[in-house]
Ligand binder design. Sequence first.
Ligand SMILES: N[C@@H](CCC(=O)N[C@@H](CS)C(=O)NCC(=O)O)C(=O)O
Length: 313
Amino acid sequence: MLIHGKWADNWHPVQATDEKGGFVRQTSSFRHWITPDGSAGITGHAGFKAEADRYHLYVALICPWASRTLMARKLKGLESIISLSIVEPWLLEQGWHFGHCLDSTIDHLHGVEWAHQLYTKADPDFTGRATVPILWDKKNQTIVNNESADILRMFNSAFGSLAQSTLDLYPKKHQEYIDELNIKMYDTLNNGVYRAGFATTQESYTEAVCTVFKTLHDLEHLLSDQRDFLCGQDMTEADIRLFVTLIRFDVAYHGLFKCNLYQLKDFTLLNQYIKRMLNYPGVKDTVNINHIKEGYYSIRALNPTGIVPIGPM
Ligand SMILES: N[C@@H](CCC(=O)N[C@@H](CS)C(=O)NCC(=O)O)C(=O)O
């Protein structure tokens, strides 16, 4: 991580732990909003107007949080106006690296080698972890926002007719329910799998795994009334947030994070749901199973040999 703008060597993928040995995720530090007229958004400062060719998105294809934003960029038809760079799948000694691994890119904007260099470009005194996603503003030369939940929402609503798709990922009629689902799914599932994987005590691991599977059972039950997506017939941001976790489940969380009571393929309706999501136009293009596997199994703290399993089939 960075401490006052300098890379600290004792970088560790376990971000922080609470008093019971549970995994604690760092809160995001750049929270400005892009708005149609550049006025201030929900948090942060004004000055980030929605314009074509002004913003650049940095993602890791292994990362579920970054993949939320990649999916939103695709589904909203923002690819031609928001440019993209993709880091390599491995978390190395200095975190995320740009390079020539298949399906990764160089940093198209600045040509830096490491994602942490973007943080010090934005704030030379930055202290914190250099996480993805990063949404960069080419005009103000800074990070607009590094919180995927915010970026997902602003991609949905900020760009108006610049977005080629009119799909509404956060429709008024479903907002309350989406917010409710998001809260439940974040703690128990999206971040729950990380709480299981990075737990440092048996107690916090067991608690996390049980909540993961309780939520999967609840979701299986929710889908039993024939609905296509979580809110019914409309795909929303809640589906994006669920999908990015489900698609990583059998290939990474079941093995590496020891979330192994069942595989996802054991849940009939969730399995059909993933297929439905994958068949939704554009979704498949945002999924890279090789990066996901390579990336998770490169976390040396959890997998010291770095061996990547061949399965599951
Ligand atoms: N709150 C952030 C979390 C992002 C996050 O934790 N990303 C991970 C990758 S999955 C990361 O970049 N980790 C690097 C590190 O912790 O140093 C979001 O949702 O955008």
